[in-house]
Design a protein around this ligand. Structure first.
Ligand SMILES: Nc1ncnc2c1ncn2[C@@H]1O[C@H](COP(=O)(O)OP(=O)(O)OP(=O)(O)O)[C@@H](O)[C@H]1O
Ligand SMILES: [Mg+2]
Length: 261
């Protein structure tokens, strides 16, 4: 949930490996008005075109705030899906792009009474689309968009950076989840320790060890600082190096094992 911990990197990496390595049909939803996942996948001019033609998640929320939910949303959903932008064979990775306009839609929706269940309803029809997996990339704040994403999901994954601030963020997250647990039916799938520094810092090593002791088998994988990841958003293409892809293959394997057991 915290900013810059690797939510977007992991969401895109996981969605890509589920489809390309495990032949699954995947829908990736960018629920963050920062549009990071969208812009990692498509070039800026392609995103602008989607935004101009109202084919983004912000348009789904705009329609639903006008009362068009349930049956009508199913139609809306298929209208706003970008089909297999990376042209994956065997499986596929479709995308619902985000939009900077989602900041505004969120503001309107938050002002509505019962906005929590309202937002949840908006995303519910996604479950009736025939995907094997739907991955939602969330914004950094624990806001209505995150609650909507949790409300529509069966599982959530929490990336953690092995530093003090992230550990504090985790405590806040657990508190917030406790507050809304009556309204959502979404289980923890696991943690990903991300951005482990490659330098020999005993401080980071100790925190990583503490996290491993505390969360044990709930840790899906550990990821070091990898230069290819910081460059990745500017390429708009899948990672091609096998080693760079391996942490996401590992997460995908763990996700399939848990979900399909
Ligand atoms: N393991 C890693 N090694 C190197 N760079 C990484 C790694 N994981 C993420 N990054 C980079 O760190 C930055 C933050 O990652 P990312 O955007 O995935 O985080 P986020 O949690 O989605 O952030 P936000 O809260 O703003 O949405 C990005 O530039 C990303 O490319
Ligand atoms: Mg992000």
């Amino acid at each position: 949930m915290k900013g810059g911990v690797g939510k977007t990197t992991i969401a895109v990496g996981l969605a890509y490996e589920l489809s390309s390595s495990f032949n699954k049909d995947v829908l990736l939803i960018d629920m963050d008005p920062q549009t990071n996942a969208t812009l990692l996948i498509m070039k800026e001019e392609n995103y602008r075109e989607k935004d101009r033609s109202n084919k983004t998640i912000a348009d789904l929320f705009r329609e639903s705030s006008g009362g068009l939910i349930d049956e009508q949303n199913k139609i809306r959903l298929s209208d706003i899906i970008t089909l297999n932008p990376w042209k994956i064979e065997n499986g596929k990775m479709d995308l619902i792009p985000s939009s900077i306009r989602l900041f505004e839609e969120k503001r309107i929706l938050v002002a509505k009474p019962y906005s929590e269940s309202y937002l949840k309803k908006t995303l519910e029809p996604i479950q009736s689309l025939s995907y094997d997996y739907c991955i939602i990339d969330s914004p950094p704040d624990f806001d209505e968009l995150v609650i909507a994403a949790l409300g529509a999901s069966d599982y959530y994954i929490v990336p953690i950076r092995p530093d003090y601030m992230s550990q504090q963020g985790l405590i806040i997250l657990e508190k917030k989840l406790e507050e809304i647990k009556e309204h959502i039916n979404c289980q923890l799938l696991g943690y990903v320790i991300n951005l482990i520094p490659t330098t020999r810092s005993s401080f980071h090593k100790n925190i990583t060890k503490e996290l491993e002791i505390e969360y044990k088998e709930n840790i899906l994988t550990k990821i070091k600082e990898i230069q290819a990841y910081s460059k990745w958003p500017s390429t708009h293409k899948p990672l091609d190096n096998k080693d760079d892809r391996s942490p996401f293959v590992e997460i995908a394997r763990r996700v399939i094992k848990e979900v399909e057991k």
